[in-house]
Design a protein. Sequence first.
Length: 135
Amino acid sequence: REFKTLLFRQIFVIIGITVAVILGGYIIGLTLLELIYGVQLHQFMISFMLLLIGGGLNTLYSYLTVVMTVIRSQKKMAFVNIIVFAVCLIILNPLSRKYDIFVVTLISVTLNLIAVILSSIIVLYDYFKYKKMQK
């Protein structure tokens, strides 16, 4: 019970910080970057927001990898990494040469989302399997 509470608390903290960063990025992010680099960046607002969302997903995935390590699911974690890496090699490289930054950003966020979903399924599966063994 304590593990589940800590797990969900940390996930909600990650989601909360991600939402705060996305809001901060939307309000002052590109304006600040424009001041630093002296380049007009507002046409990249959607890509910037997607990158911030992808960063939040990546953070959540990193946390789930720690959880998978604690519950001894490293082999399954390797499986998730291999899938995401293979899809990245097959899809992302050719498309990055053909399309603009928005498409590449969208694919990157989608790959992060796939990693989070697969990792969540593994953690939930192993958690319920453990609970069933405890009965």
